[in-house]
Write a protein that binds this ligand. Structure first.
Ligand code: NAP
Length: 252
């Protein structure tokens, strides 16, 4: 009987809030082997040695918006498949990385949200916006989050914009007596970011039409909620030869 192939997984940000959950999850799945932490706050030679010692098939990244792009470059350099939850990459960086991973024929997954319920929230919101184009997104996160709006809100906005005809909402003559009161403008609809201690990751997409409203809400009440998605992505990325952005592309 042949031994099943175990996927060697390194984690960048292993001591962070998400990283600790990932390490715990890896320890519970016999198909996955946690080979250690990758810390790139080192000189080039030490980084090279880390890759040589850990020999990861996959690098799971939950670090910061400032480091994730460099980690993607290191993965390309070392032929390691990244599974990235860190948010904050710009659309230009994303396009460039898609091109580079495709050219290299190397699998990669970037998912602004690994919680299945959040993916469904995005999909349902896109479905609804076709029929109810008056929409606003409210995303709520803990107050240690560095980027705003959240990657999930941006991805939701992209999916909505793809099916909703461009439309500027609100009163044509509306004004803000305090700048920012109406939130960020994304192709004519608004995104609002709330940052409070006690929150994990939450999103509500509100729709309005004559005499009715519709709310679609998702709450991640703890960080374990992301782990089945991370586990699925680690296994899926081994069979990819390009960069996939969004977990929705991996589920039917
Ligand atoms: P966190 O607790 O601040 O953890 C970040 C970790 O990254 C820290 O342990 C930090 O180390 C480490 N780090 C920073 N620079 C590094 C580098 N160059 N090399 C290696 N490690 C480095 O943050 P978090 O709450 O876990 O969130 C991390 C990211 O995941 C954020 O961008 C967040 O938005 C995102 N997120 C995504 C999802 C999703 O489903 N996609 C869900 C939740 C969060 P030190 O502690 O030593 O500074």
């Amino acid at each position: 009987m042949s031994t099943p192939h175990v996927i060697r997984v390194a984690v960048a940000g292993a001591r962070g809030r998400m990283g600790q959950e990932v390490v715990k999850m890896l320890g519970q799945d016999p198909e996955l082997l946690y080979v250690g932490e990758l810390d790139t706050r080192q000189d080039e030679e030490t980084i090279r040695q880390q890759f040589a010692e850990l020999r990861p098939d996959v690098l799971v990244d939950f670090t910061t918006p400032h480091t994730v792009y460099r980690h993607m470059e290191l993965c390309l350099q070392h032929g390691v498949r990244p599974v990235v939850g860190t948010t904050g990459l710009t659309p230009e960086q994303m396009d460039e990385l898609k091109h580079r991973f495709q050219t290299a024929g190397l699998g990669a997954i970037i998912a602004p949200n690994f919680a299945i319920g959040a993916i469904l929230c995005m999909k349902f919101a896109a479905m609804a916006s076709k029929y109810m184009p008056h929409v606003e997104i409210i995303e709520l996160h803990h107050d240690n989050k560095l980027d705003a709006p959240s990657g999930t809100a941006l991805k939701t906005a992209e999916l909505i914009a793809a099916v909703r005809s461009g439309k500027k909402q609100g009163h044509p003559q509306e004004t803000e007596s305090i700048p920012g009161a109406r939130g960020a403008d994304y192709q004519g609809f608004r995104i609002h970011s709330v940052r409070l201690p006690g929150m994990v990751a939450h999103q509500e997409v509100l729709f309005g039409a004559t005499g009715q409203t519709l709310s679609i809400r998702h709450d991640s009440i703890n960080r374990e909620s992301f782990m089945p998605g991370v586990n699925m992505a680690i296994k899926a990325v081994m069979n990819l030869s390009e960069l996939v952005y969004g977990l929705e592309h991996l589920i039917d």
